[in-house]
Structures are given as structure tokens and as C-alpha cells.
Ligand binder design. Structure first.
Ligand SMILES: Cc1cc2nc3c(=O)[nH]c(=O)nc-3n(C[C@H](O)[C@H](O)[C@H](O)COP(=O)(O)OP(=O)(O)OC[C@H]3O[C@@H](n4cnc5c(N)ncnc54)[C@H](O)[C@@H]3O)c2cc1C
Length: 412
């Protein structure tokens, strides 16, 4: 058996590591001519970090990332609403990590080439089509500039191509454009002194006028002990452009919405103005598909279930897909049946997360407080919402996304 993995992003590299561990041969083909550390921050929630720990990556991740200590929620006046511990601090048996996407990709890449060999990652190969109906999968590729490359044959092919998947288009040529949520996002990283505990995921405000998510992704980046701090600002607006992870954003398009956010724990305008670079991304997703597996071809990660990038579940769900697919291929001599078994396990679960991210996201606490206070400061949070309600809102998202403590313990 040799599996053709298409795309060397978070899903493709994790799948490579899992298949290698399961004793299943694979090669990873990447469109980019060279693997570069791109993106900004990503969170590795406990259900995903547990899979990466099983792969022996805990130390490497702990070195590259910030180990997340807590979640904190504030309103747009800087008033504290709720905090709760995260990862091991919350009693999980694994840590939660906040990491630069590029650092995560490099940890996965180094581990994969160290274990499987450098010749197993092949850059400069953009997949254009896969023949999936015969006795083998045949993947067709082109080099940068469109020059066709020799086809590659394998037992099965897995599209880990992310949101711009060519193979998803091959399978669903009539699928419409991504669905815009009405919220546009600006993202960036700032070199800054540790904020609050220096290890929290801090969420502030609601989408009108603006919601801000802040978390550090690299520790001790200079002699002054500063961190690299990731931030994402969400604003309700009809204005947006097509999704592209690398599109540059402009300060004047979103900073005015936070112009008076001078909290005693952070001066937000100063913090944002100090950002290295600003990226812009629309909050879009696509309706869940009825099927991912067609003969010897299947979809995984963002290619299978693009979701709103809220709740830190894009990478996490891709990592869980990898585990399910690797288990299915290991447990089935028939690859077509294995791809179907993988789909049966992961398609309903990820569809639920796609829909929850639309309606009941992890920051529903902020929405609820915004609604109950009419977006005004409060005297005491206890007058607005009880601690039990806050906990219930937080726990309900974890259950849908699959990282509530009980479920993780039971699945051990
Ligand atoms: C440039 C970039 C920046 C990102 N930045 C962030 C971020 O800051 N924060 C965040 O939460 N998420 C970010 N993401 C998305 C995040 O990585 C995914 O949501 C998640 O990790 C799921 O991973 P994935 O493997 O499905 O897709 P991705 O990690 O997106 O990986 C897809 C890979 O497939 C390659 N590829 C695409 N088409 C083809 C093809 N036809 N043939 C061969 N290779 C192909 C791509 O070049 C890429 O390497 C980014 C993705 C990209 C590509």
C-alpha cells in the first residue's frame, strides 16, 4: 500500500506521520516550490494535542509554542466577565498549545522527514486531478508555470489541499462560492510584553463594533522578554474580499472600531499599531458535503470541511481526521472500504462543528453578555449572568467540538 497525500499543510504532514507510525507507506506532494513557514497563530486544543503527543511531538511543540494556561473573556470596556483554565491547567492529560502556524508546520515537517526520509515530501507538485475509479489511484500534477509532470500511482489518494482544494472542485464542480458570515477578520502578530498571565487566550467584545482575540504564540523573543502575540479582530460588515490566507489588510479599515479601547491591562490601539503585518480574511465556510470518499480518493481537513476560523478548530479537526483515516487504513485490507469507514466516522462529527461555529461558537459567552447588557458597562457581572450559565455556555461548545474532558477521558 502507498498512499498519495496531496498538500503538505497541517493535515497532510500529520497524516504522513500517522501513516508512517502505522507502517503504511506514503508520499506527500506539495504545490509550493518550497515549504515556508506561513500564516499567523493557531491553537492546538486538547483533543488534537493528544494526537500530536501520541506521535511523540510534545517536547518539540512545547519548545516552539506557548503552553496555554487559560481562557479569559472581557467586554469592550475591558471589564472581566469570566476565566477558566485550559489544557493541563484544567485537568486534561495533555497541554493546549498556542503556536505560529509556520512553527507547527515546521515541527511536523522535521518529524516527518526525520522518520520517513526527505524524499517522501515532494514540493513543486500541484495536483490537477485524480483518477479514483480503477484498481489504483492516479494523481496528475503540474509544476509551477503549468508544465505537466509524470502521474503518480498509489493505493489511495488523500486531498489535504486546504480551502482551495482542486480535488474538491473535481468532485463537486457545481458547488457555489463560500458562504460569507457577515463578519470580516483582520489578523496579525505584535511583539509585546506578556499580557495578563502571558499564557491566556483573551477574547474581548462582540462583533459590533468589534471583537478581539489575543494570544501569545512565541515566548521570550528578545532580551526584554517580549512575546510574539497573535491577534484577530472580527467586525460585522457587508464589505469583504475573496478568501486568501495571505491578503494584506489596512489599519484604517478596522482600528477606528477599537479607538477607545484603553484598558488598564492593555492599550489596544497601541498594541495593534505595533503589529508586524496585517492580514485580512473573510469569515466564510461551506455547507457540509454529503460525501468525501469516491473510490480511492478522499478529502481531509479544510478540503473536506472548511469552517469559520473561530474556536481554533480548523487545525484540530484536520488532526482528528488524520487519526481516523490512519486507523481505518490500518484496520482494512480494502482501501475503498477504509476511505468509506473514515468518512462515516468523521463527516457527521465535523459537520456538527461547521454548524456550531455558525450558531453557537466558543465565544457565545461574549454574545450573551453583549445582548443582556445592551453593550453597556456593568457594575457586577453577577447581575448580568450567573457563573453556572457561563460554565454551561463554555462546556456546550467543547462537547460539540469533541474536547470536553469526559469524552477525552472515555476515549483514552
Ligand atoms: C498560507 C496559509 C496560511 C494560514 N494561516 C492560518 C492562520 O494564521 N491561522 C489559522 O488558524 N489557520 C491558518 N491556515 C489554515 C490552517 O492551516 C488550516 O485551517 C488547518 O490547519 C487545516 O489544515 P489543512 O491541512 O486542511 O490545510 P492547510 O494547512 O491550508 O494546507 C493545505 C496545503 O495544501 C497545499 N495545496 C493546496 N492545493 C494543492 C494542490 N492542488 N496540490 C498540492 N498541494 C496543494 C497548500 O499549499 C498547503 O500547503 C492557513 C493556511 C494556509 C495555506
Amino acid at each position: 500500500m502507498e498512499v498519495i497525500i496531496i498538500g503538505a499543510g497541517i493535515g497532510g504532514l500529520t497524516l504522513g506521520l500517522m501513516l508512517h507510525r502505522a507502517g503504511i507507506a506514503c508520499r506527500i506532494f506539495e504545490a509550493a516550490p518550497e515549504l515556508k513557514a506561513v500564516g499567523v497563530g493557531i491553537n492546538i486544543l486538547p483533543h488534537a494535542s493528544r494526537e500530536l503527543c501520541v506521535l511523540g511531538l510534545e517536547q518539540a511543540l512545547a519548545k516552539a509554542a506557548v503552553t496555554t494556561r487559560e481562557y479569559c473573556f472581557y467586554n469592550r470596556f475591558g471589564q472581566h466577565i469570566y476565566s477558566e483554565p485550559a489544557g493541563r491547567f484544567a485537568g486534561y492529560d495533555v497541554p493546549q498549545f498556542s503556536i505560529h502556524r509556520g512553527d507547527l508546520q515546521m515541527v511536523l515537517l522535521d518529524a516527518f522527514v526525520g522518520r520517513a526520509g526527505t524524499d517522501k515530501v515532494i514540493p513543486g507538485h500541484k495536483c490537477t486531478e485524480v483518477d479514483y475509479d480503477g484498481d489504483e489511484a492516479v494523481a496528475h500534477f503540474e509544476a509551477a508555470g503549468g508544465k505537466p509532470l509524470p502521474p503518480v500511482r498509489g493505493t489511495a489518494a488523500v486531498s489535504c489541499e486546504g480551502i482551495h482544494s482542486v480535488l474538491r472542485k473535481q468532485l463537486y464542480p457545481a458547488e457555489g462560492l463560500p458562504k460569507y458570515s457577515g463578519i470580516n477578520m483582520w489578523r496579525g502578530v505584535t511583539r509585546w510584553q506578556p499580557i495578563l498571565t502571558g499564557a491566556g487566550m483573551i477574547r474581548v467584545g462582540w462583533h459590533h463594533p468589534a471583537k478581539l482575540l489575543i494570544y501569545p504564540i512565541r515566548n521570550g523573543i528578545d532580551a526584554q522578554g517580549r512575546q510574539l502575540v497573535n491577534w484577530v479582530c472580527d467586525i460585522e460588515t457587508p464589505q469583504y474580499q475573496a478568501r486568501d490566507w495571505n491578503r494584506r489588510g489596512k489599519l484604517e479599515d478596522f482600528l477606528p472600531a477599537m479607538a477607545d479601547w484603553h484598558f488598564d491591562w492593555l492599550d489596544v490601539p497601541d498594541f495593534i499599531r505595533a503589529s508586524d503585518a496585517i492580514l485580512e480574511y473573510p469569515m466564510v465556510d461551506q455547507d457540509p458535503l454529503p460525501r468525501w470518499s469516491f473510490g480511492r480518493l478522499t478529502l481531509l481537513g479544510d478540503a473536506a470541511h472548511p469552517m469559520y476560523p473561530r474556536g481554533a478548530n480548523g487545525a484540530a479537526q484536520a488532526i482528528l481526521d488524520c487519526r481516523a483515516l490512519s486507523d481505518a487504513l490500518q484496520g482494512n485490507t480494502d482501501p475503498v472500504a477504509a476511505l468509506k469507514a473514515y468518512e462515516a466516522k468523521r463527516l457527521p462529527a465535523t459537520s456538527e462543528v461547521v454548524l456550531a461555529n455558525r450558531k453557537a461558537p466558543p465565544d457565545a459567552i461574549l454574545q450573551e453578555v453583549y445582548r443582556r447588557t445592551g453593550d453597556k458597562p456593568f457594575k457586577s457581572i453577577d447581575d448580568v449572568i450567573s457563573r453556572e450559565e457561563l460554565i454551561a455556555l463554555s462546556e456546550s461548545y467543547k462537547r460539540v467540538a469533541g474536547y470536553d474532558k469526559e469524552r477525552l477521558k472515555a476515549a483514552r
